[in-house]
Structures are given as structure tokens and as C-alpha cells.
Design a protein around this ligand. Structure first.
Ligand SMILES: *Cc1c(COP(=O)(O)O)cnc(C)c1O
Length: 404
């Protein structure tokens, strides 16, 4: 008889978002007609930029003609997109990457999980606490996390990110083989300085670890002194893989396009991780649709760049409204400057879920309880800047009223 992957039986239920949904629908049922404002989920709300739509429409037309129809494309992505990424996202920062160090994919979430295929099951894994849950659960499924004790996985190395350390992880006592870092961070909104990232790059090089750097929110960096890519740090090409996505940058959350950089200089046990990832992708993946890749490439056109910048500015304004409004209401807030996320301390040491309930019931605002991202998230809630601008202003006023 078949045996299932036993690691799936160790996974705790996806409690966070199902519990939020349960509480929100109970509230809505008890308060018909009351307008809820949702600042909980990290999903874009502005439509795709016109330049993207134009490029995708043209690609649809091409697909409908015998002369320009395309079947399977290169698994790693079309040259036109890989070149555009190398030039605009890296060469512009002074980082030299060849197109074949860039692998176009259907998502940074999938790649953050899939990357585990090229690493041994017995590697030790470090994650920040609080953390984007995909890093944890994919390693649990692969058998690298040990058992779940109700709070934590017994084999994972948790790096607490608290207000005392500016929400930056410190190198842990036990040396990890794989280190997940995400800056600007989801959920805390913290952005890493050059010095901070240098510390991690030096650490990884010294220990032979690999950094899995999630740069999904790079486009939200406004502070010019902050690094936008881990490859701005000397030595990173020998120890880091970088994940990027068009999801939050250009509204591709439903359209699906991202990419992963695996430098050729990154070798372990004499093997090129670039070759291994290429082998993995060509075996298990058949590429992102041509139509979608044409849409993604359009964000690098002059028109596309302007439109993307305008959308980002819209979300950044929301972030400022939330940050400033909540600060005025005497909450301690973090993030929201180089990030679409605002991480707010609950007043009076309330628990995450209690403050979530208060905001839901008194303000009609949906947040995300910090505790859902890990034990160190207790005592915080996360708000997102991806909402409608007017609704965001109203939400902040309602929150201020509810905690007066
Ligand atoms: C939204 C998000 C991503 C993007 O994932 P896609 O699969 O590309 O949509 C990646 N990492 C983090 C931390 C995110 O919040």
C-alpha cells in the first residue's frame, strides 16, 4: 500500500487566514450593513499598468496567427525578458549578471519552496521570527523542520526579530546551512541596510551556508542608501540566491510572473547551484506563458516604468497615511517607509488576537494578528498599504477613534 509523505501529517492547520476569515464572517453576520475595511491581506488592488495590457494583448494576437504562434518556450524564460531583467534590475545597480543566471518563473512563493529540491534534507534551516509562512511549511514538507511542538518546529532555527534589534535577525548560536532572509520584510516592514546584509554575506561565506534572499518588496524601497539587491554586497554571488517577483511590483499577483537569480559563482561541494537549478527547472517546469512574459517585459519600457512608479506611489501614500495616522493615535508603529507593511504594537500589551478583535468590532477594520507569523509576532498586528486610498484614510480614522 502506498505511504503518504509523513511530513504532511506534522503540519499544523493553516490557522491564521482561516481563523481571520471565520471571525470576519461572524462579525459581518452579526453586523449587517456595516462597512468593513480590509487591510489584512497582502494583495494588490490597482489594475495592471496599461503598458502591460497593451503588450499582453499584442502577444495574444501573435498567438492567434500561424506565423507567430508559440508553443513551449524556454523553461528558463524568454531571452527578451531575462535580458530586460539583467539590464534594468541589475546592471542599473552596477551588478553584472548574465541572462542565464536569471530563471523566470510563475512565482517567488513557488520558487522559495522549490529551491529546497537542490538542497539536502539534513541541512539546518534558519528563518526569521516572525516569518512569511511559505519558507517554514515547505521545509517542513521536505522533512527539514522536525516536529511541530504547538509553537515551533523542533529542527528549525528561529531568529527572533524584535523592536530591540530593529526587527533584524542576529546570527544564531547553531550555525544554519540555509538562511532565509526577506527584506524589505513581510510582515514587519523592516528594510535592511548595506551593513546588515554585509554581515550576513560574510557569515554565509565563512560558514559555507547559502542565503535564500526574498526581495519581493524591493520596488518599495525609497531610501536611496538601502541596497535593492543582495548582490550589491561584495561576495554575495558566492553565497546567495535571490527571489524577485512582479507580483507586488507591478500587480502580477493574479497574472503570475517572477524570477530567481542563481549566480554561476555559487558553488557547493564542487557543484554549480546554477546548473542544479537549471536541471530542476527543465525537469519540473515548462515555463511562464509567452503572453505573461511579454506583459512583464513591458514594465521595463519608458511607459511601463512611469505607470509602475505611479502605482507604487499610490501604495506608498497609503503606507504613509497608516504610519502617520497610527503614530498620531499614539500607537508604536514600524515599517511602512520602504515597505507596504505597517507593523503596529498592540496598545496596553494586548495580545495580537485581542487587538485584532477590537479593531474588527469597534473600527470595522480587518488586520492580521502578528502572532500568526510566529511567536515573536505576538503583541503586534500587520496592516497593509494595498487598499483603496479613501478607504485607508477612513480605516485610520476609525482605528484612532476605537483606541481613544
Ligand atoms: C507576496 C510575496 C511574495 C510573492 O510571491 P509570488 O508567488 O511571486 O506572488 C514572495 N515573498 C513574500 C515574502 C511575499 O510577501
Amino acid at each position: 500500500m502506498v505511504k503518504i509523505n509523513p511530513n504532511f501529517q506534522k503540519l499544523p492547520g493553516n490557522y491564521l487566514f482561516s481563523e481571520i476569515a471565520r471571525r470576519v464572517s461572524a462579525h459581518a453576520a452579526a453586523n449587517p450593513g456595516k462597512k468593513l475595511i480590509r487591510l489584512g491581506i497582502g494583495d494588490c488592488t490597482l489594475p495592471l499598468p496599461p503598458a502591460v495590457i497593451k503588450a499582453m494583448s499584442a502577444a495574444v494576437e501573435e498567438m492567434g496567427k500561424k506565423e507567430s504562434f508559440r508553443g513551449y518556450g524556454p523553461e528558463q524564460g524568454y531571452e527578451f525578458l531575462r535580458e530586460a531583467i539583467a539590464e534594468n534590475d541589475y546592471a542599473a545597480l552596477g551588478i553584472k549578471l548574465a541572462a542565464d543566471e536569471i530563471f523566470v518563473s510563475d512565482g517567488a512563493k513557488s520558487d522559495c519552496g522549490n529551491i529546497g529540491d537542490i538542497f539536502d534534507k539534513d541541512n539546518s534551516v534558519a528563518v526569521c521570527d516572525p516569518v512569511y509562512p511559505a519558507y517554514v511549511d515547505t521545509n517542513a514538507m521536505a522533512g527539514r523542520a522536525g516536529d511541530h511542538d504547538g509553537d515551533r518546529w523542533t529542527n528549525l532555527i528561529y531568529m527572533p526579530c524584535t523592536a530591540e534589534t530593529g526587527f533584524m535577525p542576529e546570527p544564531p548560536k547553531r550555525t544554519p546551512d540555509m538562511i532565509y532572509l526577506c527584506f524589505p520584510n513581510n510582515p514587519t516592514g523592516a528594510a535592511a541596510t548595506r551593513d546588515r546584509l554585509s554581515l550576513w554575506v560574510d557569515y554565509a561565506v565563512k560558514n559555507g551556508s547559502v542565503i535564500l534572499f526574498d526581495g519581493a518588496y524591493e520596488a518599495f524601497i525609497t531610501d536611496e542608501t538601502l541596497p535593492r539587491s543582495i548582490y550589491e554586497i561584495k561576495g554575495a554571488e558566492e553565497c546567495a540566491i535571490e527571489f524577485r517577483s512582479f507580483s507586488k511590483t507591478a500587480g502580477f499577483t493574479g497574472t503570475r510572473c517572477a524570477y530567481t537569480v542563481v549566480p554561476k559563482a555559487l558553488k557547493r561541494q564542487g557543484e554549480s547551484l546554477n546548473s542544479m537549478w537549471n536541471r530542476r527547472q527543465t525537469t519540473k517546469f515548462n515555463g511562464v506563458p509567452y503572453i505573461v512574459q511579454r506583459g512583464a517585459a513591458a514594465i521595463y519600457s519608458d511607459e511601463g516604468k512611469k505607470e509602475v512608479a505611479a502605482n507604487l506611489a499610490y501604495y506608498q501614500k497609503n503606507a504613509a497615511v497608516i504610519r502617520e495616522g497610527l503614530t498620531k493615535a499614539s500607537l508604536s508603529v514600524f515599517g511602512g517607509v520602504n515597505s507596504p507593511y505597517i507593523w503596529a504594537q498592540t496598545p496596553g500589551k494586548a495580545s495580537s488576537w485581542d487587538f485584532f478583535d477590537l479593531l474588527l468590532n469597534k473600527a470595522g477594520v480587518v488586520s492580521t494578528p502578528g502572532a500568526g507569523f510566529g511567536p515573536a509576532g505576538e503583541g503586534y498586528i500587520r496592516l497593509t498599504a494595498f487598499g483603496d486610498a479613501e478607504a485607508t484614510i477612513e480605516a485610520v480614522e476609525r482605528i484612532a477613534d476605537s483606541i481613544r
